[in-house]
Design a protein around this ligand. Structure first.
Ligand code: AR6
Length: 178
């Protein structure tokens, strides 16, 4: 068993594509071929290199797309990062508990970042936009999962929250857990 601590968690209000970190996490969809929200912003700002890398993944390891809850890395194009880690959050359902899949996005992305040797990683609030996850619960799952992981050499996990509401929810959860 490892004795090292969980990474430091920081909250930032802003646009994830403005961050300077080793890994930027993309709230992607299974096709890996782009979309709206964070995904759209990452491809717009990062340029065509990221999409080309995603197309290669679809032509090789992920012919059927990236399954929900999993993560895969590509280059980061023009973003100020070394890698983009694409993960697919679950669509929120009030009829079915998909929390484990959302937790898996954070865990698998962190593990992949650690494997790559990343020290800093920026996450958006996965699934809380187009995929409809309530922000309070999304924040709880995000913070709890990250604090439970030991992921050397990752030293800092930064949650980049778009609006005041998202920031406040993450702040509340972090204060309770910290
Ligand atoms: N920086 C930081 N946070 C952002 C940004 C940004 N540039 N843009 C949006 N957010 P979403 P999802 C917030 O919809 O719910 C795409 O089409 C947003 O306010 O990006 O996982 C994909 O291709 C929300 O709180 O991701 C998929 O089809 C959070 O980031 C689908 O959307 C996540 O919103 C994924 O939906």
């Amino acid at each position: 068993m490892s004795t090292s601590a969980s990474p430091a968690v920081r909250l930032v209000r802003g646009d994830i594509t403005d961050q300077s970190v080793d890994v930027i996490v993309n709230a992607a969809n299974s096709s890996l071929l782009g979309g709206g929200g964070v995904d759209g912003a990452i491809h717009r700002r990062g340029g065509p290199e990221i999409l080309a890398a995603c197309r290669e993944l679809r032509a090789s390891r992920y012919g059927k797309g990236l399954p929900t809850g999993q993560a895969v890395a590509t280059s980061a194009g023009r973003l100020d990062a070394r890698w983009v880690v694409h993960t697919v959050g679950p669509v929120f359902s009030s009829a079915q508990d998909r929390s484990a899949l959302l937790a898996s996005c954070y865990r698998e992305s962190l593990r992949l970042a650690a494997e790559l040797g990343a020290k800093t990683i920026a996450f958006p609030a996965i699934s809380t936009g187009i995929y409809g996850w309530p922000m309070d619960d999304g924040a709880r799952i995000a913070v709890r999962t990250v604090l439970a992981e030991t992921v050397e050499p990752v030293e800092e996990v930064r949650f980049v929250l778009f609006g005041a509401h998202a920031y406040a929810e993450f702040e509340e959860v972090l204060a309770m857990r910290g």
